[in-house]
Write a protein that binds this ligand. Structure first.
Ligand SMILES: [Zn+2]
Length: 272
């Protein structure tokens, strides 16, 4: 009888729920979101919706092409499964710390000679993306440089959002850093005159920017892919990964040697 009474009391306590006082709040807190990752879907809107709502991949937002309707498929407080094996600025497996945005865009078709023909992004789609990015950056208090492409965080296996994605438009809105043309021009002429730096130099600067890149000083296949990802973003007219004076100049302007190469300094919360 006594046991039943105890059980009944426990059940009652459970029904009532644990009382939590939420009248106090810590000042030492921030959003779990650290980066926003941009993708293209490689297919049309109906198929994109099906894949992202019924398949094994997802994104927080999906933006149609024409018209550029915005869908929210995953709550911003929860993880979407969009990044996969990924790394940026020393942080890995970025589903946990990112928001994913998918843009409806078919990507590319490859012709018989292996040339890729990329699909452009409608201007209105990018307008909508910029409005959304501004909201997200404000809501999660993200610093400049928090918006990356899937190709930045997984350069060995991903090329989206591709060379026709207009990163310069995001730069014009203050959403990402952009190298100064005049500075790039001066350094490009200098590199053209004195010769290109060794592979280790590119690797060091790519790592400074946030890329996961080999550091062995060899211009291997993996390094070429990271260089290609960098070129797709800042010099999309040629993105074969082959180093040249303009690529070196862009890297020098974006990642000055004064910065400590490699992983960012740990944040206060992580240092504790
Ligand atoms: Zn992607």
């Amino acid at each position: 009888m006594k046991a039943i009474l105890v059980l009944a009391l426990l059940v009652l306590a459970g029904c009532g729920g644990l009382r939590i006082d939420t009248s106090q709040s810590s000042v030492a807190q921030s959003s779990r979101v650290q980066y926003i990752v941009l993708h293209y879907t490689s297919t049309d809107l109906p198929r994109s919706l099906e894949l992202l709502t019924r398949g094994e991949v997802s994104a927080h937002y999906l933006i149609g092409a024409e018209p550029p309707a915005v869908y929210r498929l995953v709550d911003e407080q929860r993880r979407a499964w969009h990044a996969g094996d990924s790394e940026w600025q020393g942080r890995t497996w970025l589903n946990a710390s990112t928001l994913g945005i998918e843009l409806v865009n078919p990507g590319y078709e490859e012709d018989a000679d292996g040339n890729r023909h990329w699909h452009p992004y409608p201007r209105a789609q990018i307008d909508v993306l910029i409005r959304l990015l501004k909201e997200l950056v404000a809501r999660h208090e993200l610093p400049p440089g928090s918006i990356v492409g899937h190709s930045d965080i997984a350069p060995q296996r991903k090329v989206d959002p591709g060379p026709l994605f207009p990163w310069y438009r995001l730069a014009a809105e203050g959403l990402i850093a952009w190298p100064d043309d005049a500075q790039v021009g001066i350094r490009q002429r200098l590199f053209a005159a004195v010769g290109l730096p060794p592979p280790a130099w590119y690797q060091q600067r790519l790592a400074t920017l946030g890329y996961r890149v080999p550091r062995h000083g060899e211009l291997d296949e993996a390094t070429l892919k990271v260089l290609a990802a960098f070129q797709m973003k800042y010099r999309p007219s040629r993105h074969d990964g082959v180093p040249d004076a303009e690529t070196a100049a862009l890297l020098q302007v974006l990642a000055p040697a004064a910065q400590v190469p490699g992983v960012e300094a740990p944040e206060a919360e992580e240092a504790m």
